[in-house]
Write a protein that binds this ligand. Structure first.
Ligand SMILES: [Zn+2]
Length: 76
C-alpha cells in the first residue's frame, strides 16, 4: 500500500491512489464509484494521506455511512 500518493474523488470522497484514479479519469472522466463527471485535473493529492487512509479503513471496518458517529448496534 502506497500512502504517499493518495487522493480522493471530489464528488464522493472515495479514497484512491492518485496515479490510479488519474489514469482511470484520463481514459474516461467519470468516477468509477459515484459515476459523476470528474475531470482528471480536478483531483488533488491528499495533504494528510495517513488520515485519509485511517478514515477509509475505519469506514470499511465500521461499514457505516457516517464517520464520527459510533453507535453500537446490538442486533443478533
Ligand atoms: Zn466519485
Amino acid at each position: 500500500m502506497v500512502l504517499k500518493e493518495w487522493s480522493c474523488c471530489p464528488a464522493c470522497k472515495m479514497s484512491a491512489n492518485y496515479q490510479e484514479l488519474k489514469r482511470v479519469l484520463e481514459a474516461e472522466p467519470v468516477c468509477p464509484m459515484c459515476e459523476q463527471n470528474v475531470p482528471p485535473m480536478s483531483i488533488t493529492l491528499a495533504s494528510d494521506p495517513e488520515a485519509e487512509f485511517k478514515a477509509l479503513t475505519s469506514l470499511m471496518k465500521d461499514s457505516g455511512p457516517q464517520e464520527g458517529n459510533e453507535e453500537e448496534d446490538e442486533e443478533n
